[in-house]
Design a protein around this ligand. Sequence first.
Ligand code: ADP
Ligand code: GLC
Length: 499
Amino acid sequence: MSRAMNILWLASEAFPLIKTGGLADVAGALPRALIKRGHSVRLVLPAYQSVFQRLEAHGIDGKAPPLKPRGTLILDGREVRLWQTRLPGTRVIVWLVDIPEFSRRVGNPYVTAEGTDWPDNHRRFYTLCRAAVELAMGRAGLDWKADLVHANDWQGGMACELLAREDKETTRPPATVFTIHNLAYHGLFDASALQELGLPPGLWHPDYLEFYGQLSFIKGGLVFADRLTTVSPTYAQEVQAPAAGCGLDGLLRARRHHFYGILNGIDAKEWNPKRDVHLVAHYDHRHLEKKDINKRALCSQLRLANEPGTPLLGFIGRMVEQKGLDLLLGTLPEFLARNDIQVVILGSGMADYEEAFQRLAQDYPAQLSVQLGYNEALAHQIEAGVDLFLMPSLFEPCGLNQLYSLRYGTLPLVHAVGGLKDTVIDNDDPAQANGFRFNSATTGALRSTLKRALALYRDHPEAWRARQLNAMGGDYTWERSAAEYERVYEEALSDSALA
Ligand code: ADP
Ligand code: GLC
């Protein structure tokens, strides 16, 4: 255990206030684990309209955290209001940064209903970072100053750049750690944004924020943070090579001595088959037969045939290329045609994928259920109800659904990349194997691995059960990873003390 630190944790989403993907799960859980280890944490989020709505909705259950105005900041002559609340159900103090571009806008935090980026994203997230820096420096009148700022993804990158510009002699700025949750999203803007945001012209250089003629916010973190992390050891290696480096592999190689891969954990309170509020039947490794009650309930809710002995497969996720949906579309039809499987798909995203899956469901209405949209309760019911969880992602920095699957005794079938490779074990050792993996992103590899999994399910129920027990016995909690983050924070702090 290290000495207690004041940590400002900056994210663009956090469960249960606002969520589009795994970053929200991490932001909803890691700060809590850090508080348990004795640190003082402030979670800084944009004050999206939906955050206020979520807080009100929690009020209906009688456990709404209070929402208090905490004054205003003036940034470039503009008023930025600050609010304080708590992450529902936790002790985590949340500071909300309120500008109309967040609080008056309905919909997804990053993209319009048509799926294009909000045109003022550079201003919105730069303002978020400016406000976070004022809060971290103790200049917002809230009687708290950060020792360390932990910023996440491109939306938080500019906080690291801004802090690097603070005068070290007179202001002693906090140390910075930047985490890559997904290197494919860079936060790229037109060159004119540099001037519009009033950034120093010297930053327009490939060593700093310029990226092939555009302004890159993620480089604000990658170049300027004291330490970098990403969300699995394997992804930390992968992004240092051109294939997964998204044009930033050279920079990451240059920073490799200050760059770590730390596996995500899961929120063990939220994702626990013994207590999950969304399930019809609770279970654990001693009562695995009750998992089947959830399978039957899910099938009847989705109007699937639920033929005894037929394995039920699931997929949950953003419908984007990353998630390997082309591999699924190229492989599932032949298994559906033979009536070997039943499948439930939950997700939303690119219209082409949504339509392709809907068309397939029309051909196999009793075997394939496609649920478009975001549905937290159904996500839990799928994790508990299906036998096999599909994650053929082309790349996957960590992935959380395979971790939820393991905890729920649902065997993950994954492409062996990033965090999937670090968490899913597929070998002949009955004491180790907890899922299925394939090595190349081809329909052939997915097909043969799926056949192997189905054969095990059908012909070797004992071996299947052994894998389930191994899966459920793993330690996927945040405690271990929080201790690793703490070590990185310590390193960053001791460096900045020397500077
Ligand atoms: P990513 O962050 O790349 O989207 P992860 O596997 O890390 O992938 O995390 C995705 C998270 O979002 C999981 O908690 C998953 O259950 C959730 N999720 C994704 N799509 C949906 C959906 N349509 N409905 C409910 N939950 C979803
Ligand atoms: C990203 C990644 C995912 C990871 C999540 C949380 O969205 O795509 O693999 O689990 O962030 O770190």
